[in-house]
Write a protein that binds this ligand. Structure first.
Ligand code: AOF
Ligand code: ZN
Length: 371
């Protein structure tokens, strides 16, 4: 059904989609290539929500040459009128003769109807070319559309003996500058960064994206949003003057109890404070994900200490574990990778699968997914 040429053009469309990795949120990353008589006549990608979709950008570039062309799109053309009109109609009007999609759109407002409408107009359609690659581009969007929750990535920096902090809590600079810059890229693609108040107090992190400091800056610095910063803080202990509150972007403090005075102080400092159900062990993570789904969060990055990270893992609420491993030993009194104290027998172990291993500067980056 697909030729080698088809694959090459779809690979190019995927490459185009990737240019806007950090900007389309909450929309998916999508690329489009228009080819006529073996010539690329138009290319496009979606840049930001509210702006034209990939297909319209490609059609604008191709002009009249779109007539009779094949459109390669990394996501099924939309059939609904959201912030913009349906791309399916735009392709039909432009007179393309064939549409090849990498995957159908998991958005229930589209879900096959875009390709169906195009086929009904007498245009050849096909779907599923380089589908795995296309899905990997939008894990968060797909998760939100199909599971009504964000894609959860947990990031941990550890020594080779699996320790994340000294017994005192001292934890900064386990990994080197290249690993830390790599984390910046994970943040940049995330809708939200989640942390716990313990980490906020101990490390005073800002959790911002700082492209001006990147040595590898793939796209212009203004092509970056600040992810929503979420602090889980059951008893509302976050001091109003910490960097995570005052830094550029939006900070959401999630409390489990009502403390009007502290809430006012945080709100005056620019944070938003909400209350969610909580137990002694912390904020109800399921409810947190409901809230983040409501806020259209696609990918979320959990950057916190072992206790909170352990809670996400214990509840099975994670899709990816990214461990930056430094060539150092912190010793047996240092803190563990994850707080999972209740595991007692081999049968209770959390099984994972290796997805990727690579060296980043002096450190290793291990990417694991649930088995
Ligand atoms: C496409 N091409 O490039 C993108 C699509 O609010 P809107 O109008 O921007 O619509 C957003 C929805 O459109 C989004 O949820 C997804 O279903 C689809 N995104 N579709 O044909 C694109 N970005
Ligand atoms: Zn569209």
């Amino acid at each position: 059904m697909f030729s080698l040429r088809d694959r090459q053009y779809m690979a190019r469309a995927l490459q185009l989609a990737r240019i806007a990795l950090y900007t389309t949120d909450p929309n998916p990353r999508v690329g489009c290539v228009l080819v006529r008589d073996g010539q690329v006549v138009g290319e496009g990608y979606h840049v930001r929500a509210g702006e034209p979709h990939a297909e319209r950008n490609a059609l604008a570039a191709a002009g009249e040459q779109a007539r009779g062309a094949t459109a390669y799109v990394t996501l099924e053309p939309c059939s609904h009128t959201g912030r913009t009109g349906p791309c399916a109609d735009a392709l039909i009007e432009a007179g393309v003769s064939r549409v090849v999609a990498a995957m159908t759109d998991p958005n229930p407002q589209v879900a096959g109807q875009g390709l169906q409408r195009i086929a009904e107009a007498g245009i050849q359609v096909a779907s599923g070319l380089l589908e795995d690659e296309a899905r990997a581009l939008n894990p968060g969007f797909i998760s939100r559309m199909t599971r009504q929750r964000p894609y959860i990535r947990i990031k941990i920096a550890a020594s080779v003996d699996g320790r994340t902090a000294m017994a005192s809590g001292e934890s900064q600079w386990i990994t080197g500058p290249a690993a830390r810059e790599n984390v910046q890229h994970l943040r940049a693609r995330s809708s939200a960064v989640i942390t716990g108040v313990g980490t906020v107090l101990a490390d005073r992190p800002s959790y911002t994206v700082r492209p001006e400091q990147w040595t590898r800056r793939p796209y212009p610095g203004d092509w970056v949003r600040q992810p929503l910063r979420v602090i889980l803080d059951r008893t509302l202990r976050t001091p109003p003057d910490v960097p995570v509150v005052s830094a550029p972007g939006h900070c959401l403090v999630v409390a489990g109890e009502h403390h009007p005075g502290r809430q006012n102080a945080l709100e005056s400092a620019g944070a938003e404070v909400i209350q969610l159900p909580a137990s002694g062990s912390g904020i109800d993570l399921q409810q947190l994900l409901v809230e983040l789904n409501r806020r259209e969060c696609n990918e979320v990055l959990v950057e916190c200490g072992a206790t909170l990270a352990g809670a996400f893992v214990r509840e099975g609420l994670f899709d990816e574990l990214v461990v930056y491993m430094a060539p150092a030993l912190l010793g047996s009194s240092a803190r563990p990778l994850l707080g999972l104290p209740q595991l007692a027998s081999m049968s209770e172990k959390v099984s994972l699968k290796w997805q990727d291993v690579r060296q980043v500067g002096e450190d290793l980056r291990l990417t694991l997914v649930p088995a």
